[in-house]
Write a protein that binds this ligand. Structure first.
Ligand SMILES: Nc1nc2c(ncn2[C@@H]2O[C@H](COP(=O)(O)OP(=O)(O)OP(=O)(O)O)[C@@H](O)[C@H]2O)c(=O)[nH]1
Ligand SMILES: [Mg+2]
Ligand SMILES: [Zn+2]
Length: 290
């Protein structure tokens, strides 16, 4: 028996890196029975068939954490990548993503890519919003090699997962950081103006500069339905100082004497953030009713 890390999973096969070798493995039937899916990033014990060199995953070590979008385990931080254009930034998806990572307590770096396409300074309100929240952010261009060294620095020494919609440049950024990776990159569809899902499987990769990254396929939707309505306010960390409203059960929506709304009026809370707080809150309230 040896231990290793799952670096990729395709069609029921898991590729386990033991440090010496990468073994193609299957999972034991008991995992399926117990509804446990091995994930990229999992540390596993495997048994290797000496003849075929194939293996069986017999045990999954306890996970430090686990993300549902993308499905990976044991990461230190998430790099949330969006493009300023092509495809246009999906603000709702970005906000949901920030809320979700706050919910699971994972460190976030927001990466605003394709900054080379920003002729009309459309990034400005987004950058203003990002500077109002306690998350690191960075503007990059994989094409013009802007911000690449800074991004590389943030990845050193950690296991990071690159997440975000298709076509925003996740694989391109990783290629720029580490040219030897030769990750396949795609085009943006002229018709839908979206990415074409070039990356098909999450894959854990080693960087020359030290550190590991998971490149993942893009996605377009995200649901937050396992979050409690009353928890939501705590998932907007910049609200923390303003939560002592007149009514202890204040949801900072239509209630009078709300300190969050006062902070918004006084410019201490960013309007885009508040707008999405209300949108997500209303979604959660609607969901609860049905
Ligand atoms: N102008 C510009 N184009 C970029 C930049 N980064 C990536 N692209 C282009 O955007 C397209 C999509 O890039 P990918 O790296 O494949 O995007 P991805 O996020 O990995 O997409 P999926 O694998 O489908 O999730 C390619 O045509 C890239 O050349 C950038 O900084 N500026
Ligand atoms: Mg990709
Ligand atoms: Zn309030």
């Amino acid at each position: 028996m040896v231990s290793g890390t799952i670096v990729k999973g395709i069609g029921g096969f898991y590729y386990v890196d033991t440090g010496q070798n990468i073994y193609e493995c299957r999972a034991r039937g008991k995992f399926r029975k117990d509804n446990i899916v091995p994930l990229v990033g999992d540390i596993v014990d495997i048994e290797i068939n000496k003849k075929t060199k194939q293996g069986y995953i017999i045990n999954i070590h306890e996970r430090k954490n686990q993300l549902k979008r993308p499905m990976v385990a044991n990461v230190d931080q998430v790099v949330i990548v969006f493009a300023i254009k092509k495809p246009d930034i999906d603000m709702s998806l970005l906000q949901k993503f920030l809320v979700y990572n706050e919910h699971i307590g994972l460190k976030v770096v927001v990466c605003l890519n394709k900054i080379d396409l920003d002729q009309y300074n459309e990034a400005e309100p987004i950058i203003k919003m990002l500077s109002s929240v306690p998350y690191e952010y960075i503007c990059t261009s994989a094409l013009d090699k802007i911000g690449i060294d800074e991004l590389k620095e943030k990845l050193t020494g950690s296991v990071s997962v690159f997440a975000g919609p298709s076509g925003v440049g996740k694989s391109s950024l990783l290629n720029a950081i580490n040219p030897g990776l030769y990750l396949k990159t795609g085009e943006i569809s002229h018709k839908t103006k979206r990415g074409t899902h070039t990356t098909r499987h999450a894959e854990l990769l080693k960087l020359n500069s030290g550190g590991m990254v998971v490149d993942t396929p893009g996605f377009t939707s995200f649901d937050l339905m396992d979050i409690e309505e009353e928890e939501l306010q705590y998932l907007f960390p910049e609200f923390h100082d303003y939560l002592n409203c007149r009514y202890p059960s204040c949801r900072h929506y239509k209630e009078p004497d709300c300190r969050v709304k006062l902070a918004l009026e006084e410019g201490n809370i960013n309007p885009i953030r508040y707008e999405y707080y209300i949108k997500i809150l209303c979604d959660l309230m609607k969901h609860r009713r049905y």
